[in-house]
Ligand binder design. Structure first.
Ligand code: NAP
Length: 334
């Protein structure tokens, strides 16, 4: 009898907010592993905001997910069958095998992972993986922080934002987070060590931000776009830098946000640069090494929100887009 696989397929292209009914969960037979291939048992699936963009048919920097196909996504897992001499059974691997329990791969898209007590496999999807590297690249290479500067980051308690603020502190900067709710703000300041955090769901964001960043803002690491970006633009210092990382406030919007404070770019001689971390693979190894060292020494802290079981991935994904996660959102598959 062939082995069973559980997969989550893209069933509909959502207009506005994603619904659980936009996904379909199926059980299928795993095909036999052919010469040169490996079978990976995925331990964790990463849920990331970019997946919302893949559900659309519109043109973007990456191709859309196809209707009826397995949803795309990063995974960490263990080789359970190998017909490829480069991989042994029990090797831990990082891959892009999607929302499914098992994946078959030629090995080209797999990266072997070290097994370490201090850095669990799940961290390669978060703090020392793609989101952590995004923080590292955006802040260090685009933001170019200098001691004494003020760095503000939105979605500050999340996978990327939590690393941005801690790296900013390590560079001698004042780190100010923006996050939704007091619990997240307390976590950002008390556990992650940011200097301050502003709850954007409270009243008077502009006043609260001005109090948290009294010297003005030199770097704004933007994860959310929309109204928060507009508010920050009014408080930038001359020659401020904006690594434009994400626009999560707009991913489910049906009407585009109309920016008010565009003039700040000129009056403050602002440099804004959008970036896609997967286009900078040449620095992934350096970033992973540096982040791993900081995690090992305890200087870089992180949390994970873990949904149990693949059948809960759609709800966890929607929850993450709504801010129900604290830290990196994962699904544990086994
Ligand atoms: P995350 O922060 O772990 O989770 C998403 C968070 O976004 C939620 O927890 C929520 O936190 C916040 N959020 C949702 N709606 C919001 C709104 N309307 N206004 C303000 N905040 C909102 O996700 P992540 O993986 O670290 O990703 C953060 C951003 O980075 C996303 O925009 C993502 O697309 C982007 N990203 C870009 C790259 C790249 O290569 N450019 C790579 C990775 C990630 P609150 O409860 O605080 O609202």
């Amino acid at each position: 009898m062939s082995q069973k696989n559980v997969q989550v397929l893209l069933a509909n292209r959502p207009h506005g907010w994603v619904q659980e009914s936009d996904f379909r969960i199926i059980e299928s037979d795993l095909p036999a592993v052919r010469e040169g291939e490996v079978l990976v048992k995925n331990q964790y699936l990463s849920l990331d905001p970019y997946m919302r963009g893949r559900m659309n048919a519109s043109k973007s920097y990456a191709a859309s997910a196809e209707l009826g196909q397995v949803m795309v996504g990063g995974t960490v897992g263990v080789i359970v069958e190998s017909k490829n001499p480069a991989f042994q059974v029990d090797d831990a691997v990082l891959g892009y095998l999607g929302w499914q329990q098992y994946g078959i791969s030629s090995g080209k898209d797999l990266q072997k992972l070290p097994k370490s007590e201090q850095i669990p496999l799940s961290a390669y999807l978060g703090v020392v993986g793609m989101p952590g590297i995004t923080a590292w690249f955006g802040l260090m290479r685009i933001g170019q922080p200098k001691p004494g500067e003020t760095v503000v980051v939105s979605a500050a308690s999340g996978a990327v934002g939590s690393v941005v603020g801690q790296l900013a502190r390590s560079q001698g900067c004042r780190a100010v987070g923006i996050a939704g709710g007091q619990t997240k703000c307390d976590y950002v300041v008390q556990e992650l060590g940011f200097d301050a955090c502003v709850d954007y769901k409270g009243d008077h964001l502009a006043e609260a931000l001005a109090m948290a960043a009294p010297q003005g803002i030199d770097i704004y690491f933007d994860n959310v776009g929309g109204e928060i970006l507009d508010t920050v633009l009014e408080q930038l210092n001359a020659f401020a830098r904006i690594p434009l990382c994400g626009r999560i406030s707009q991913y489910n919007a049906t009407e585009p946000y109309r920016m008010r404070n565009f003039g700040s770019f000129l009056t403050n001689r602002v440099t804004l640069q959008g970036f896609i971390v997967s286009e900078h693979l040449e620095m992934w190894s350096q970033a992973t090494q540096e982040l791993s060292k900081l995690v090992t020494t305890g200087e870089l802290k992180y949390r994970e929100s873990v949904a149990q079981g693949l059948e809960h991935a759609p709800a966890a994904f929607i929850g993450m887009l709504k801010g129900e996660n604290l830290g990196k959102q994962l699904v544990k598959l086994f």
